[in-house]
Design a protein around this ligand. Structure first.
Ligand code: NAD
Ligand code: 6OH
Length: 484
């Protein structure tokens, strides 16, 4: 059986005990993962600290950027291995992993390498009260050792989204991937070795959250900053752990995202957009729309058409090129999603489609599939409309005015993303500017430019990453003032 190891100070090392890595499409064990204990987490942090004082701390940004491009090259060289590992761990369709996850991992390294290399410094010429001049300029310094903690839905995409800018700024990282999806973080270590990233700059510790590698990292006094993507309540626990040593944190958390569809939208484009926004990656994307608001004139025709799209999705083996809909990540997560299906019934929802488990008559019946599911008829106060489900499910409600749609969309403690669908661009701008979120798409969804700010408000996170926002988080500014 394959063993997925920790990677500490340039060596693959066994942990204290092993746990199983499960394939979500058939429930089978695909590998054992070796869990790091507190001493090994400490070794990884000390290795990262030493690396900062070695070659990595001496080479300039030009050379760092060149090596990060080499990491991207090494990912592309191992493209198929990364795709296979991600598909086996997550159960996502191979078409999605090869179109989205793995290309984005390479792009993350290229974009932040270039950005760090090309970005300039802030400077000000200052006139003093006594008539002299002073020059202020701010230099960037790495934060030091950065802990990177990531979830299971887009494992490689989301971890490299943080690792790449952290390394571009000259930090060393200790990465704790999700216990559900450990494979690609260890595979990335091989790409780091190929690219000449010095020992200790990239470390991986496997394990769980509480009383395991996650908590050992966040409580460690020698970690200088924590960057985390995951559930809002995990963010709260991490904040508490980070408080005693006053560490900076960057949090990308959960969402309960709204889509607002006006009657004047391009119906077909909106329908295809919503099929993705609701069901991509089996609804396990933090940006997915679980609340859909449709202008009353087209409400029934839109519900019927999205029902058809949902029923056209083919739940299948993730490794099959034709599959466009995979399983949920785990038995436990499926229990959570099914409990919301039950709750929707109890809250009086009308089931439009789905609401159960598909049957295959083969080993997929031991996997963690659910049907693409749509509800209507719930009160805006229902828990199914308020709480993040993180599955292939949405609730569709009608609206009569722009004001009503905006009020419903904003009535949430979350605030990650929104999408607005209309042919009236003036209205698109107007409504977009009313959204209390970090990211608003008009006539599209999950269309990414890696230079733009990415993050959420309220329970959806703290801070922004992307472009210069990432460089600002992953570096400290030292402002130097010279009296001339
Ligand atoms: P999770 O919070 O359960 O776990 C994320 C990571 O945190 C895992 O590596 C886990 O082991 C670790 N962890 C758990 N408890 C910890 C603790 N006490 N201390 C330190 N580490 C701990 O999230 P998940 O279930 O893996 O992912 C799904 C969630 O992530 C959803 O809520 C989703 O919306 C969110 N998400 C948000 C974004 C975004 O960009 N905003 C992106 C992807 C996923
Ligand atoms: C959440 O599941 C998706 C997050 C996406 C990104 O962080 C990104 O950079 O595209």
């Amino acid at each position: 059986m394959k063993l997925i190891q920790n990677y500490i100070d340039g060596r693959f090392v066994r942990g204290v005990r092993d746990f199983a890595d499960i394939n979500p499409s058939n429930g089978r064990i695909i590998a054992q993962v070796t869990e790091a204990d507190a001493a090994q987490v400490d070794q990884a942090i000390q290795a990262a600290r030493r690396a900062l004082g070695g070659e990595w701390g001496r080479i300039g940004v030009r050379e760092r950027a060149a090596r990060l491009h080499s990491v991207a090259d090494a990912i592309e060289k191992r493209f198929d291995c990364f795709v296979q590992a991600e598909v086996a761990d997550t159960g996502k369709p191979v078409s999605l992993a090869s179109k989205l996850d793995v290309p984005r991992a390479a792009a993350n390294f290229r974009v932040f390498a270039d950005l760090a290399k090309l970005s300039g410094l802030e400077s000000f010429q200052t006139h003093t009260p006594d008539g002299a001049n002073a020059l202020n300029y701010a230099i960037r310094k790495p934060l030091g050792v950065v802990a990177v903690i990531t979830p299971w839905n887009l494992p490689l995409l989301l971890s490299t989204w943080k690792i790449a800018p952290a390394l571009a700024c000259g930090n060393a990282v200790v990465v704790k991937p999700s216990e559900e999806t450990p494979a690609t973080a260890t595979l990335l270590a091989e790409a780091m070795q190929d690219a000449g990233i010095p020992n200790g700059v990239y470390n991986v510790v496997h394990g769980f959250g509480p009383e395991s590698a996650g908590e050992f990292l966040t409580q460690h006094p020698d970690v200088n900053a924590i960057t985390f993507t995951g559930e809002s309540r995990t963010g709260a626990a991490i904040m508490k752990a980070a408080a005693p040593s006053v560490k900076p944190v960057s949090f990308e958390l959960g969402g309960k995202n709204a889509a607002i569809i006006f009657a004047d939208c391009n119906f077909e484009e909106t329908l295809n957009g919503l099929r993705d926004a609701v069901f991509l990656n089996t609804g396990q994307v933090c940006l997915c729309a679980e609340r859909v608001y449709v202008e009353r004139q087209i409400f029934s025709s839109f519900v019927d058409a999205l029902k058809q799209k949902a029923e056209d999705l083919k739940p299948g083996w993730p490794t099959d090129e034709e599959t466009d809909f995979g399983p949920l990540i785990s038995a436990q997560h499926r229990e959570k999603v099914l409990s919301y299906f039950q709750l929707a019934k109890e809250e009086g929802a009308t089931l439009v489609t789905g609401g159960g488990i598909p049957s295959f008559g083969d080993a997929r019946d031991n996997g963690f599939y659910v049907q693409p599911t749509i509800y209507t008829g719930l009160s805006e106060l229902a828990r199914c409309v308020k709480e993040e489900i993180f599955g292939p499910v949405c609730h569709i409600a009608p609206f009569d005015s722009e004001e009503e749609a905006v009020a419903m969309a904003n009535d949430t403690k979350y605030g990650l993303a929104a999408s607005i669908w209309t042919s009236d661009l003036k209205r698109g701008h107007r409504v977009a500017q009313e959204m209390n979120v970090g990211i608003t798409w008009v006539n599209c969804w999950f269309l990414r430019d890696l230079r733009t700010p990415f993050g959420g408000v309220g329970l959806s996170g703290i801070g922004r990453e992307g472009g210069m926002h990432s460089l600002n988080f992953y570096s400290e500014l030292n402002n130097i003032c010279i009296r001339l």
